[in-house]
Design a protein around this ligand. Structure first.
Ligand code: ZN
Length: 68
């Protein structure tokens, strides 16, 4: 894949149909592959379980705290 395109089916505020084109660089593909590998590892060894995000009011992190 080298290119992605989104055709909007509703007009914007200027009553124009919008089309958004994304060029996918080799570097983007490389970074995504690395992210998939690292998240896969975290899932397999369950290390994601102790991770928390920066948002103190995060619904998911607070849900996680309840299980401790
Ligand atoms: Zn969170």
């Amino acid at each position: 894949m080298i290119l992605g395109e989104i055709d909007f089916i509703e007009c914007d505020e200027k009553k124009r149909l919008k089309k958004e084109t994304f060029l996918i660089k080799e570097q983007d593909v490389k970074e995504l592959k690395e992210m998939i590998r690292s998240v896969y590892k975290e899932i397999i060894n369950l290390s994601f379980w102790d991770k928390k995000c920066e948002n103190k009011n995060c619904y998911f992190c607070n849900l996680r705290k309840i299980t401790e």
